[in-house]
Design a protein around this ligand. Structure first.
Ligand SMILES: O=C(CO)COP(=O)(O)O
Length: 259
């Protein structure tokens, strides 16, 4: 983590906890927030429970993120949800281009760029996800792949976020997601440092205020070592965010480093 920067700890609930259990977890997260005053907490529940969670989280230092966004504000797009609707439901963030969306729902660098622009246009801060597959890592293509993914949206962030908005980029190696096999701190740092360099080449100010999150099997027992790396500014957590005890422990690891 960089000195003076607030870590961002975000829970991506994916397609879990869409009803009463989600609401209960959101309430638990507001209690976690009281214990971690130096950490920014974000949760990304399913659409069905966003508004209810937002009601519980309002004014309690837990921000809401959507897991996806459509690039248009409205229209005949069955099953989709727009930026203005997400804002109305209480979201201030939107996760964009998660590898599950890229792999299972056909999202591309171009659509990720379009959605990033839409999020910023409608007043949401994007958490844009990038990451290589195991085959790409084994072929030595990690930085080439992540570089291509990041360059696809850098200009959009620069144009859309101005100088005051702090967006986030999440490096999530696909081989580490839901596998229990996290990138080692040095492995993560290598990619994070490269992302920081590409940001710096565009704008030193952009590089300074963008938080680069690590995601992929972050757990209470590995969080502190990952977050201690100089360019790891937070975490995007899947499985361990579904349980208040483990999510709380990760947030507390960040708090210890940020204090
Ligand atoms: O995909 C992720 C967060 O977006 C990571 O998921 P896990 O923490 O379950 O590996």
């Amino acid at each position: 983590m960089r000195p003076g920067l607030r870590p961002l700890i975000a829970g991506n609930w994916k397609m879990f906890h869409g009803g009463g259990t989600g609401l209960a977890l959101a309430i638990d997260c507001t209690q976690i927030a009281q214990r971690v005053p130096h950490v920014d907490l974000v949760i990304a529940p399913p659409y069905t429970v966003l508004a209810a969670c937002s009601h519980e989280c309002e004014g309690k230092r837990v921000a809401l993120a959507a897991q996806n966004i459509h690039s248009k504000d409205k229209g005949a797009f069955t099953g989709e949800v727009s930026g203005p609707m997400l804002v109305e439901s209480g979201c201030t963030w939107a996760i964009i281009g998660h590898s599950e969306r890229r792999q299972l729902f056909g999202e591309t660098d171009a659509s990720v760029a379009e959605k990033t622009a839409a999020a910023l246009q409608f007043g949401l801060l994007p958490i844009v996800c990038v990451g290589e597959t195991l085959a790409e890592r084994e072929a030595g293509e990690t930085l080439a792949v992540v570089g291509r993914q990041v360059r696809a949206f850098l200009d959009i962030i620069l144009a859309g976020a101005g100088t005051d908005k702090a967006v986030a980029i999440a490096y999530e190696p696909v081989w580490a997601i839901g596998t229990g096999k996290n990138a080692g701190p040095a492995e993560a740092e290598e990619v994070h440092a490269a992302i920081r360099k590409w940001l710096t080449e565009k704008s030193a100010e952009l590089a300074k205020r963008t938080r680069i999150l690590y995601g992929g099997s972050v757990k209470p027992d590995n969080a502190k070592a990952l977050l201690a790396e100089p360019n790891v500014d937070g975490a995007l957590i899947g499985g361990a965010s579904l349980d208040a005890t483990s999510f709380g422990a990760i947030a507390e690891a960040a708090e210890t480093l940020a204090r």
